[in-house]
Design a protein around this ligand. Structure first.
Ligand code: FPP
Length: 242
């Protein structure tokens, strides 16, 4: 059962882990795990949209993932391309805007072209933003933001958290309320390091292809049961919320 609307996170970010192990368990090549994981992406995007989640960020390809075997990297981009081609209509119907979090210019030309096309087509959509983290690394993002501040001639006194936030890929979007990592691994892996300072974390013991909408509902029920404090005491939070 999904939680009440008031407990739905505005921004959910997901580290989609376990595709390879899911496939290996079944005696299949790792690429089949990524294919199954793509089906999960479709289902979770739809479920988040139904529930009223306003921002969903999916960690699809990190800057570290380039070191995987060439064939696997190729399969990931092929799957992404088919996803973009097949889902464009559905994204428009569901009023979902696509964005990329990461260095889009470092992606293969076909992928970049397909992404830019869908980003432009869905630019007016406003019910949900789907951020695909591609060629993304959190440390690199912070360094890039610092460089942008220096290049803009921002003085040391003007460097604030708010100003730095303006240079992150997620500019204009709220920080993630909930970060989910599937597969039972307990790591952040360079994901949204700056933005997740006060996020709640949830680590389900299922591989990404098995992360069904029902598993998402469980994550949301767990999230709804937590008291977020942002460094304050419980009493201060009550006074703040009143
Ligand atoms: C981690 O599992 C998963 C990835 C590195 C890629 C995620 C990609 C997809 C779900 C498919 C394509 C994406 C979209 C948006 C259509 P892993 O391979 O590291 O699993 P393992 O830890 O079990 O080896």
């Amino acid at each position: 059962m999904p939680p009440e609307k008031k407990n739905i996170p505005a921004h959910i970010a997901i580290i989609m882990d376990g595709n390879g192990r899911w496939a290996q368990l079944r005696g299949l090549p790792r690429t089949k795990g990524h294919k199954a994981g793509t089906e999960t992406v479709r289902a979770i995007v739809t479920r988040c949209r139904e529930l009223g989640v306003r921002h969903l960020t999916l960690y699809a390809f990190s800057t570290e993932n380039w070191s995987r075997p060439k064939e696997e990297v190729g399969t990931l981009f092929d799957l992404l391309n088919s996803f973009l081609k097949n889902e464009q209509k559905k994204l428009l119907e569901q009023d979902i805007r696509l964005k990329v979090v990461g260095d889009i210019d470092g992606l293969p030309l076909v992928v970049r072209t397909a992404l830019k096309h869908v980003i432009a087509k869905t630019a007016h959509c406003s019910s949900m933003t789907l951020n695909l983290a591609l060629n993304y690394g959190g440390r690199g993002e912070i360094v890039r933001a610092c460089r942008a501040l220096v290049a803009a001639g921002v003085s040391p006194e003007e460097v604030t958290e708010e100003r730095l936030t303006q240079e992150l890929y997620t500019v204009g979007q709220p920080d993630p309320d909930l970060v989910i990592r599937t597969s039972g691994e307990l790591r952040i892996s360079n994901f949204l390091l700056f933005q997740s300072a006060y996020s709640e974390y949830y680590f389900p013991d299922v591989y990404w292809p098995d992360f069904t909408p029902e598993e998402l509902d469980k994550a949301l029920a767990d999230y709804a049961s937590r008291q977020r404090r942002f460094g304050k005491t419980g009493d201060q939070m009550e006074a703040w919320e009143a």
